[in-house]
Design a protein around this ligand. Structure first.
Ligand SMILES: [Zn+2]
Length: 205
């Protein structure tokens, strides 16, 4: 068992030790019994109804290491969303730079994004497909909009997300594979920016 520099918790269901890999983890699934748990200050609370992550072949597995360019990537959390075209996975991923990112994988397409603060939030209803707007110093075009629902969670997650949570999203694309995603969850708007990456440049270590 590896040691962790982060706070020690025990599972509220089975009492087993929970070894955090990320200081700000808010949700964790117990590696011993599979219970879903909230971490709040020093307390560990049961989340209630869980859904099992069905095993589909994926480019990534939790806690394995991957190389992308000069970075080592280690997914520590997985959130699955269902949408009109099926499902996609968001992997909460530690980077060897010390940062963390969301890696989204929809079949063979991979994007890496990080939370970003916008000076001015766009008005979501205006953002129909093919509309162009100025955002983050660039002209971006809406390539997709839709809604999704969280259907499964596994590992460590830095946000409080519940199974069954719904949200609306808009994807915008810029030059050189740049990607911006806007999400509305419970009336709050979050922006993420990043880029599409070439799956062939990601190697398992
Ligand atoms: Zn447990």
């Amino acid at each position: 068992m590896s040691t962790s520099p982060y706070p020690a918790y025990n599972c509220a269901a089975c009492g087993g030790p929970l070894t955090l890999k990320f200081r700000y983890t808010k949700i964790i699934t117990c590696p011993h019994c599979g219970a879903g748990l909230f971490l709040e200050d020093k307390a560990v609370k049961m989340r209630g109804l869980e859904s099992v992550m069905a095993d589909y072949p994926s480019l990534f597995s939790l806690y394995e290491n991957y190389a992308y360019k000069t970075q080592k990537l280690t997914p520590i959390g997985q959130v699955r969303f269902e949408y009109a075209h099926g499902f996609w996975d968001e992997w909460w991923t530690l980077m060897s730079s010390g940062e963390a990112c969301w890696m989204s994988v929809d079949e063979g397409d991979i994007a890496i994004e990080q939370l970003v603060t916008l000076d001015k939030m766009p008005f979501m209803p205006d953002l129909q497909v093919d509309v162009e707007i100025e955002l983050l110093g660039e002209s971006l075009r809406v390539t997709e909009r839709g809604s999704a629902q969280c259907i499964a969670l596994k590992g460590e997650i830095p946000e409080v997300i519940m199974i069954g949570d719904n949200f609306d999203y808009v994807h915008l694309s810029g030059a050189k594979g740049r990607l911006v995603t806007l999400e509305v969850q419970n009336g709050n708007l979050f922006a993420y920016e990043g880029q599409w990456i070439d799956p062939f440049e990601v190697k398992r270590l």
